[in-house]
Ligand binder design. Structure first.
Ligand SMILES: [Zn+2]
Length: 298
């Protein structure tokens, strides 16, 4: 049997947190996103969540990764690529005017508008545009060694099977003194109330991130961590926050019963829209993102 190791620190000191049937995972995707992911799981019966005992990264096994079709379905939802994000604003503060910036998994390239006078290059298979290439990241970087002042990856590394290995290779595109900026869904945010929220589990996301894992990622890559920052709850996050809030209040998330969750979710959804529309005061200040800024000093 293949040994399970952490995809950030390579530790074999990993603990099984829970096993879920793939039927349950597929049910959650259908209920919350109206997307059929069952074909992704046709060869496996259960999906296990592990926690690294050394860096606390959470990761799922076996690996099941999304194909373009899933992204195309998600991109039809107007909330999938918000144009305004504190994450972008914060990252831009670490990029100097005139810098060369590579935005890996750039989506529609919204980050560019936050940059002052920078040379911007986006890479994304799902998008095209004047400054966006549909090109393999490593092939692009192999042709641009030590070229960029900043590599930015917003909500990208959690989609990767081997995030550290991917970034280790990508760093060859960064100049000495350049910055690597990584934004991830932050599991110690309000997301912790719904650990199996379907956007944050396979086949969409393969790992669960926290501060310890981000710090360890920098150490593994021999980078200096300059900053960790959790942006405030964004306006577009409020419906999600309230949905999880009401489901938690109803006590239905841990029970894993289809009929109960299927009955309560539409009610929680209506309440979440009402709370958002009426601008009810949100009981948390921070959102579900953590951003890490690293520097390449070697
Ligand atoms: Zn680890």
């Amino acid at each position: 049997m293949k040994k399970i190791c952490c995809p950030v620190c390579n530790s074999s000191h990993v603990n099984l947190v829970e096993k879920n049937s793939v039927d349950w995972i597929a049910f959650l995707y259908q209920l919350f996103l109206q997307i059929d992911v069952a074909p992704y799981f046709k060869d496996i019966g259960t999906l296990s969540l592990y926690r690294c005992g050394d860096c606390r990264l959470g990761f799922f096994s076996p690996h099941v990764s999304a194909q373009q079709e899933l992204y195309q379905q998600l991109q039809k939802k107007d909330w999938y690529y918000p144009a305004i994000k504190e994450e972008y604003h914060y990252a831009a503060g670490y990029i100097e005017a005139g810098a060369k910036v590579l935005d890996i998994g750039c989506g529609p390239g919204y980050f560019k508008s936050y940059l002052e006078d920078a040379y911007y290059q986006g890479l994304d298979y799902s998008h095209s545009g004047k400054e966006i290439l549909s090109e393999d990241v490593h092939e692009h970087i192999d042709r641009h060694p030590s070229y960029y002042d900043a590599l930015v990856l917003f909500q990208f590394v959690e989609h990767l099977e081997q995030p550290k290995d991917f970034l280790a290779r990508a760093l060859s595109g960064l100049k000495k003194g350049g910055r690597l900026i990584v934004g991830v869904p932050y599991e110690d945010s309000y997301l912790q109330d719904f650990p199996l929220f379907p956007l944050n589990i396979p086949p969409h996301h393969l790992s669960l991130w926290n501060e310890e894992a981000l710090k360890r990622l920098g150490e593994e890559l021999s980078l200096t961590l300059i900053s960790l920052h959790q942006p405030n709850l964004e306006i577009w996050e409020k419906p999600l926050f309230w949905l999880i809030f009401f489901l938690k209040k109803m006590g239905v998330l841990k029970k894993k019963r289809r009929l109960l969750l299927g009955f309560c979710t539409p009610i929680a959804y209506i309440l979440s829209l009402l709370a958002t529309k009426c601008n009810w005061p949100v009981p948390v200040q921070k959102g579900a993102t953590m951003i890490a800024v690293y520097q390449l000093d070697r």
